[in-house]
Structure formats: C-alpha cells, structure tokens
Design a protein. Sequence first.
Lengths: 384, 634
Amino acid sequence: MTSELSRWLKPITSLRLTIFCLACAMVLVFVGTLDQVHIGIYEAENRYFRSLFLFWTPPNTQLRIPWFPGGYIVGTLLLINLIAAHLARFKLSWKKAGILFLHSGLILLLIGQLFADIFIDRESQMRLDQGQTKNYSESLYHDELAIIDTSANDSDRVISVPDSRLHKGNRIALPADSLEVVINDFYPNAALVSPSQLPGPAYPHLQIGPMADAVPLDRTHKENDRNQPAATVSLLQNGTPIGTCSLAAGFPRPVNLQGAGKSYQIVLRPKRFYKPFNIQLLEFRHDRYAGTEIAKNFSSRIRLMDPAQHEDRESLIFMNNPLRYRGYTFFQAGFENNDTTTILQVAQNPSWLVPYISCALIVFGMLLQFGMHLVSFVRRRVTS
Amino acid sequence: MKKIVPWAVSLLLLFWAVSKMVPPKEKPGLDVRGFGGLPVLAGGRVMPMDSLARVSLSEWNHHGTYSRADKTVIEPTQGLLEIFMMPERADTAKLFEVSNPDMLNLFRSPDAHGGFVLFSFSELKPFFGEIDKQAGLADGTEPDARNPFQRGIIKLRAGLRLYLELKSTIQAEDSPDFGKEIEAFGHAIQPGMNALRDRGAGKPFSELDFERILVFTQRYKSLTQVKYASAIPNPQRADQNEGWQHISEALLSAIRDGRVPEAATAYGHLIEAYRVNDAAAFNARLRDYQEYLAKVVPEKLARPKLEFAFNQARPFLQAMALYLIVLVFALFSWLLWPKTLSKMAFILLIGAFLIHTAGLVVRMYLQGRPPVTNLYSSAIFVGWASVLLCIILERLYKNGIGSVCGAVIGFVTLLIAHNLQLDGDTLEMLRAVLDTNGWLATHVVGEALGYSAMFLAGLIGIIYVFRGVFTRSFDEATSRSLGRMMYGVVCFATLFSLVATILGGIWADQSWGRFWGWDPKENGALLIVLWNAIILHARWGGYVRERGLALMTVFGNVVTSFSWFGVNMLGVGLHSYGFMDRAFGPLIGFVVSQFAIIGLGLVPLKYWRGIRARQVQVPAQPLAPAILPAAAKQ
C-alpha cells in the first residue's frame, strides 16, 4: 500500500476510533435498554438501533435535534474501521492469524445483521384456528388499507396501501382501473366503543357500523399491545367518488363497493404477507408439568401444502424446533382461545446461516489467539 | 513441624465443616426424618416432604421458619407434619409474615411500626373477607404497576391458599379421624356400587348404602378444590409424574377400582398414630409405607432421598463459612506469617471449593440439568467458576491474591444465592423455552463463566487500588503481576461472553425467529462484550497500563451486575423469567461503591501510599514507567 494512501486512511484505521465506536455502542445499548421500560422494545429498537441518529425534541417545539449517532452510524463506522484497519495493517503471520479469523467473523456478523435489518421486515405472525388453512401471515406492528378487486372468479386482485401513507387529507393514486383513495380522516390508534358509550355527539369519532364507533387513542408502545388505526376513506374512479366508508383495523370487515362494472372490497387490516404455499393447523398441544400450570411444551402439528413444489406433508413445530421452508421459518410463538388457536411467528431471513458461520470463525480465532498467549505464558513460567 | 501446622489446622477446620453436614443421631420419638424423605409430587416434580415444607415456609416468611404459638421454632418437616395431621394446632403457628405498614394497619396490629409481624392462620381468619376483597381489587392492576400493599396482599392471599391446600394434602381437614373415615369408606364402596347398579337396573336396592357412597363421593369431589401436592403414588403409572394423585383423586378413583389405595390407608394410619402421640406405632406404620414404596415405585425414591440429605447437609452454608475463614487467613498472610497463613488459606480454599462442587453436582443430578437454570443456580455457578479460576491463579502466582479473591467471590455469591433461595423452589421445573439441555449447557453456562471472570477481574482491580493507595506492600512486581492477572482474566471473560452471546443469538434464532432482538438480557450480555472489547483494545493500543486496566475492570463489575440482575428488574422482554425487585437497593449500593473505588483509583499517584513507599526505598530512581498511566507519560 502506498504511503499516501495509508496516511489518508490513518484516521479511519485508528484504534482510538475503534474504542470511540465501541463506547458509543455501549451508551446506545444502555440508554436504549433503559428506555424500553417506557416505549417498549420495538419502538426502542427503531429509535436507538435501527436509526442514523438519536433525536431530541425540545418541549413545545417540532424540532428534531440529532444529539447522538444511532445504531446504523455506529455500526457502519465500526465496520469501516475494522475493514480499513485490516487492509492497512494486513500481514500474513501466525501471530496475527487468530485476530484475523476473529475479526473476519465479526465483519461477517455485522454485515449480515445490517443486511437483515435494512432489507427484511421480519415481524409477522400466522394465527391458525384448529383446522384453518392460510397462505399469509400478518404484521405485528403495521396495517394496510387493502383494495380488493373481487370481480374475477378464480382469484382476487389485492392492492395494498401501507399505513405509512395513511394521513388525513392524503390522496393516493392506485395502479389499476384509474382508482384513487382519499383519506378523509385518520386515527393512528383507536378504540371501538358502542354509540351509547360516546361522551357526546360532538366527541371525535368515526362511525364504523351501526353498533360501533371508533374513538381516537394515543399511540401505544406497550409490549403486548398494538396500535389499531381507524380511517374514513373515499374511493374515486376517474375523479368521481364511488363510495365512502369508515374502517377500523380492530374490526377488519371488508366493505363492498361497485364501480365501472367491477366489484371492490375495501378493508383496513393488519398488513399481510402472502406465501406461495398453504399451511393448515391440524392440532395444537399445550402440555403442562403434572399438577401445575407451568408450560412444559407447546407444539403445533401442521400440514404444509405447496402444489407448485409437489409438497403435501405434515410437520410438528415446537419450542426450539421451527419449520424452515422456502426461505421462511415458522416458530411456535404463542396460543389463544383456550388452546385452540396457535400463533406462529414467521421470519424470512435469507442470511440466517451467517451468524453460525461467523460464530465458528470467532470461536476459532479467539481460541487460536488466547491459546497462543497461554502457551507462551506457560513456556515463560517453565523457563523461569 | 512447620510443615505440619498449616496442614493440621486446615484439615481440622475442614473436618469441622464436613462433620456439620453429617446428620445428627436420630432422637427417640417420631421418625420425623423418615417422614421428611417421603416422596410427594409438587410444582411438577417429585420432591421429598422436607422440600415441600421448606418451599412452602419460604412462601410465607422470609426466614422460612415454622414457629409455634409459644415461639418455639421446629424443623420444617415437623411443621409440615403438624399442618398435615394436626391442623387445629398448626392454625395457631406463626407462619405468615406481614411487613407492609398498610397491611399491618388493616389487620389492626398493635406493633404496626417498622419490621414485620408473624401472624397465625387463626389470627388472620377474621380478616379473610377483607384480604379477599383487597386482593381482588389489586388483581385489577397490572402486575408491574402494583404498589407494595397490592403486591403484599396478593402474596398473602396466595400464601393462605397454599396453607389451606397443604392441610388437605393427605386428609380432609375437617375429619375427626381420617384413618377411620377411609376405612369406613373402603367398606362402603362395594355395597354402594351394588346399590348403584341395582338402582340403575330398576331392582330393589339399599337406600342406606346408596346414600353413603353418594355422601363420600360428594365429599371427596369438593376436596379436589384444594388440591396442590400429590402424595399418593398410583402403582400402575407412578414412574411418570402424571401417575401421582392428590388424596381426593385417589379416593375418587377408589370408587372405580373397588378398593382404597394402600398409600391413602397408610397415611390414614400415620395420622391416627400422630394424633394420639404414639411414636412407636407411627414409626412402625412409616416403615411399612416405606417398604411399600420401595416395592411399587423404587425408581422414584432415590432422588427425593438424596435431596432430603442435601437439604439437611446445607453444603453451601458450610462452604460459605469456610470461605470466610479463608479470607481472614489470606488477608492476614499479607501482614504476618505469610507462608503458613497463605498455605492454610489455600488448603481451606480447595476444601471449600470441593464442598461447593459437591453441592453443585448434587443439584445437577437432582434436576438432571446443566448447572444454571435460574437466578439462584446462576449465583452458585458464578461463584464456583470464579473460585476455580482463583485456585488456578493462586497456583500460578502464589501471592495470596487468588485466595483472597476466591474467598470473597465464593462467600458473596453464596450469600446472594442464600437470599435468592427464599423466592421458592430452587429446583423448579423449566418453562418450555428453557427445556433444552444443549443450550443451557452452552449459552447459559458460557454467560455465567463470563460473569465469573468479569467479577474476578474486577476484584483484582479493587485489590490493586486498595493495595496501591493504602498499603506499603505495593512493589513493582506486585503491580505487574496484578496487571497480568487482570489481563488474563479479561481475556478469559471476553472469550466466554462473546461466544456465549453469539450462541444465545443462535438459540434465539431457533426459538423466536430472530438472531438478535434487542431484548434487555441480550443487551446486557452485549454490554459486557463491548466493555471487554474496549478494555482489550485500550490495552493493546497502549492507552491504559495497569492502573487504567484496574479501573476499567472495576467498572466491569458495574456492567456485569447490570447485566446479571439489573436488566431483570426492568421487567421487559422475553427473558424476564428471572424477575426480582428486592435486590434493587443492594444493586444500587454496589454500583455506587464501585464508582467510589474508581474515584479512589483516580487519586494522583503521588498520594498513593504504595508508590510513596517505593520512592522512599529507591529515592534516586524515577517512577517506573509500568505503573504510570498513559496520560501522565505524555
């Protein structure tokens, strides 16, 4: 490497930068962990670890002042530092071999996690009642406004608007039949109440049905709670309204509309992730230790049906033993309805093997490095 | 002569500790110990009666003791016998601890100020309605948001319920003589079944027989409402835990089988003998029952018996006492008779470690699990691993530091374990996600090894600061060897915590579907890894020398204690099964003390007594560069 280049690289290869990044990471992890008490794991993850900066909003303002690097910046900087340091000081020698293995394992791990973090929306669940078959899982945190064209006999056509685009007054053009959606009103989180429970007729609410009104709530960050938005939307075709309705994700019942000889359904529901195969729940079991309520095991016996791949077989999913199929992984996550509904966590992580490889590299590297230290230490003691 | 003294003294002390673990000779009278070893199914596992007694008592009061109305304290098993067989006397025993002032006020206790009051079941009886009402109200609040009064009242309700259930473990509590009752029941079954059959067939039947069996059935059905521990083995299925029955289930199934199970009859006889205080008859009946068990459930007897002996021996308490003695010897060895005292300390340290190991191994055998399964066992194991490291250090350096560290960490971790023990059954069954020995043995044990090494490094750091600041025994060689020890231990800690954390990620990937979820416990482990990485890189870069290393390892104590206990107190996330909030005060105290020590270590070197002593000895020489921090050098 030319001296010019190495001088230019020096600041980013320095050990000081490594220590600075590690210290920043410690601060992030510590503060982010404490804040989970208030905002829950998911929100803390987004704010501290899956972000470029931590922001501070002075009271009574709309300002967002960055005051600390977020997880992406710290992670990337550490990665660059690590790679640059090895490029600049690379020497093939036995003495450095352990460090080299260890760090390449770390680099692999960091890249793999960064990749998984940025490109994969991981949190979705499949809820199956006994005997039920589904080909989709639902997001834990996000909702969608789905416009479904039900005119065809053999299949539906679904257009999904993600909840990030649902704001009051927003006008969204849809990629079919010159349709447009206008969001007349939107509550990010709402509760469903019966009309008699309303404090008064002037209290803000959306009429979801004859028996139910949605009233706005603050957004929740609690661990076992989710936000359930409600909205009033109009569907337009060629600029003319073909229907207006109020929808609530807490009550995802499709509303039927007609337009230009086609029938549509419109529904606000948890965001769906469709799979190219079907899963049916055959049996859910919840075993307890004798004479107690302590769970010993949860398991779901499912049937996997994938005509395209000529697969039709049973599989047992239980704790610590997921089903991996076509890049998806199904985990036993929970149960409902008196042990008749199973909840399977669905993850799609093409880089799931990376941690295994990097773990092997790191362990090997550390054993080599510290082993050599130990041997030389013992040798010195023996000679002295 | 000089060689014999340390061996003789330390072996004598060891002998004393071991002798305390051997059970004393059985006194004449009731064979309480025999009863304490009987198997019973509770909390999902077959345990000895003695453990049932201890676990229950620890639910009721923080000393886990059974004190009678006259304030005499009796053995847990004796207390359990009283609850089982003479409930009217047990009702007056002072079992239920109430410490919350608002609760004491509610019960109109005269000494409501400070401390705690032990109530008996009878004393609380007038307040049952109020307790139920208050606990019902508290149920409406989410567990995390409950105030101490609400938590206390819910715990008291649970304790009272447990007491009621225990009273009906082997008999119906209101029976004047349960032995006679089940005998009568046994005689009533056949005629009753005949009457039932004839009645169903429309034939004439004995109304009396019919009524009688109906009354018994009703009675035992209502008894199932208070079922908790199952003491009756079903000979056909007793090899499985599901084969054990509560007395009510056993008697109800007797109607089907046509005869009362032998175990129920045996307990009936025991109650009879106990109530008339006939020790000879009681012991004879007990022996019969033991022989019966040996015949029908031989495979279920070994572990409860061993567990009972383990409860009696209390190896961890003996080890604690020995660690304390080691500490005294090792500390004094720095002042006088260095050779003799440090040798004694080392021999005793190994002795204490062996007792510690024996306890750990027995627990592993009893549970059939790797050593760490809950917070309690993590304390035992962290201590054990630290002491092992200390023994190795002491063998290598022979300067007493290993002995001091081993003694301190061994003692403190066992003390922590002793306090955690009061939270319930320490051999409890594992929740579904933890039910995997492979991961428990690798990820969990690895994390615990990381904790051990972190605390050990931190303690050496503390010794560095104290010896440097306060003593004259801080020559260059000592400083260097302390530095080397810290470095070696930090390397060890890094290896285990990094590998264990990644293994944890892989476990999470297999059971929850993500490698890393930023869960508090995961973050705690990550903090340790990051801090270790900082220490090692700072040392490799030459930014810190021995003193900096020492202060960084002391801060490592803070990081480790946060990861071990602190994150559990947040009550967030998938790992919060080790939840406890009682330790909050001590944890804060510990953290503050560590910062104080770091502050002490930051005192300029010219005020360090150890350094000044060095300058007096060799006034011409400048300070050795090795002990100068990087900043002072520039």
